[in-house]
Every structure is written in C-alpha cells, then in structure tokens.
Ligand binder design. Structure first.
Ligand code: SF4
Ligand code: SF4
Ligand code: SF4
Length: 272
C-alpha cells in the first residue's frame, strides 16, 4: 500500500478542500468540482505507479478540458489571471479567486507547480506540439512574464477606474480572447524556439505566483545520490531544463520543476 500513498494523499487533500468549501460556502458545486479534480489527479498518479506512459496526459486532458470547456465556456467563469483580479477587486471569494488560491498561490506550497503538468489548459494544447524537450539553452527574456502580469492587472484596474458597465460580459470575452492569444503566442514560440514550454518559461504571467510559492513545495522530486550514476538522462528528458540531481532549491531547480515525472520514468537506476 505504501506506493499508493501519494495518490491517496492527493485525494485526501482535494476532498478536504471540497468538503470544507461545500460546507462553508453552502454550495454543492465545490464538492463536485474539487472531487472531480482530486479523483482525476489520483487516477493519473495511480496509472503512473502502474507505469502507464500517458498517465500525466490523461489527467491533463481530464482536468484542463473540464476547466476550459465546462467552467470557462459553459459556466462563463474567467479563470485566467484577469478573472482573478476581477473577483479580487469585487471582493468576492468565488470561482477564480478560489481557483487561484488553491491551484496557484497556496496549493504550490504542497504540490509545487503540479498545476502546470496536470491541469493547465494552455499547456494541455502546447504539449501536443513536437518539441517536448528543449534543444537550445534558455533565452534571457524571462522578464516578459512580469510585463504580462502587470498588463493583466492594469487592464482590469482600468475597467474599474473607468466605471465600465457590463463587466461580467467583458470578462467572459476577455477569457475567450485571452485564451486564443495564449494559444497563438504559445504555438508560435514553441516552433520558433523548438520548445513546447517556451510560453511557460517566458510569457506566462501566472508564474509570478507559481514560482515563489513552489520554492517551498513539500512534494518534490529528489535524487538518491547513492543510486545515481550521473548518466545525465534525467536532464536530457526534462522539459524545464531542471538539473534534478541537484537536490538544492537554488535557482531554477527550486521553482521550475513541474512534477511531470519524465525524469523519474526515464532514470535507469530508479534514483529519483
Ligand atoms: S507556466 Fe503558465 S501556461 Fe505554462 S503550464 Fe504553468 S500556468 Fe500553464
Ligand atoms: S537519470 Fe538517474 S542515474 Fe542518470 S543522472 Fe539522472 S538520477 Fe542519476
Ligand atoms: S523532468 Fe523531472 S525535474 Fe524536469 S520538470 Fe519533470 S519532474 Fe521536474
């Protein structure tokens, strides 16, 4: 049973969130929502333990498409960063604010950037592109993410300051246009830099939250130095350029790992 501890732990964490929010907010949607996500993640972990090659992709498609299609398009919730600012400014602890608190601000203290591997609907599409592993060194353009972060905040603040009406409708269309822009820019960058995750590394404003919080993550991939033979395979398969054999949290090792488990799957010595 010990090897199933992680999927069970994730199920317990998400069920705790589901039941707490259901009871405190009096809305059964939260029970359904977080139970669905928790079950999808636990299923993926279970399949991973069973060494099923597409375990992560199954979770990513289950959760990512649910969020994009059901929550975003059908329920008309803007779950992008603009939606977070919008609900934050209106003082409503609902939808996007809860989503951000759980998945992108406080959750990463436990599960790091797991969101980026198992739930993000932007990466869900980008991961179909032909460059899962970068072939070039990183560009020094990571500062762009701070610009997109600031722009998202300025956009929503301007709507409030100008007292623009019909904000719910604007936020819904901002979600559609914002997502379309993410996909277009993400695909162009992936082909330009031959790296599916170029958008994540340079543009995504959410990393401004994700990176500092995941620095303290409890769940991390660690290397057993006794077993490691320094073959370098783990680094060659990592989509985020992480040197996972370095157990320190220094620099990108502490904040770039997305827990995709490619290194773990490929380590010939089971050192990770
Ligand atoms: S970095 Fe941004 S776009 Fe990439 S997977 Fe994470 S949240 Fe999604
Ligand atoms: S793949 Fe495994 S054995 Fe090879 S360097 Fe990485 S941790 Fe060490
Ligand atoms: S390959 Fe390993 S080190 Fe790289 S992002 Fe995935 S889990 Fe993290």
């Amino acid at each position: 049973m010990k090897k199933y501890a992680m999927p069970i732990l994730m199920l317990v964490v998400f069920e705790t969130i589901a039941i707490t929010l259901w009871l405190t907010k009096g809305n059964i949607f939260y029970l359904f929502n977080f139970s669905y996500i928790g079950c999808s993640i636990a299923l993926g972990m279970f399949l991973f333990i069973k060494e099923y090659k597409y375990a992560r992709r199954i979770v990513q498609l289950l959760v990512g498409s649910y969020m994009l299609v059901y929550l975003g398009l059908i329920c008309r919730e803007n779950l992008q960063i603009e939606g977070f600012w919008y609900y934050l400014f209106t003082g409503v602890f609902e939808a996007a604010t809860i989503h951000y608190a759980v998945a992108k601000i406080f959750g990463p203290l436990i599960f790091g950037r797991g969101w980026c591997s198992y739930a993000c609907w932007t990466a869900m599409v980008l991961d179909f592109l032909p460059y899962p592993v970068p072939s070039q060194p990183r560009k020094k353009i990571e500062w762009i993410r701070y610009c997109t972060f600031a722009l998202s905040l300025i956009f929503v603040a301007a709507l409030f300051l100008a007292h623009v009406g019909n904000l719910e409708k604007i936020m819904f269309w901002a979600f559609i246009v914002g997502n379309a822009a993410y996909y277009v820019v993400g695909i162009i960058l992936a082909y330009a830099f031959k790296d599916n995750r170029a958008f994540c590394k340079y543009i995504c404003p959410v990393t401004v939250f994700l990176k500092p919080m995941s620095y303290f993550a409890r769940i991390r991939v660690k290397c057993d130095k006794e077993k490691c033979v320094s073959c370098g395979k783990c680094k060659r398969v990592c989509p985020m350029d992480v040197d996972v054999t370095d157990n320190s949290r220094n620099r990108k090792n502490g904040t770039e790992c997305i827990l995709c488990m490619e290194c773990v799957r490929n380590c010939p010595k089971k050192a990770l």
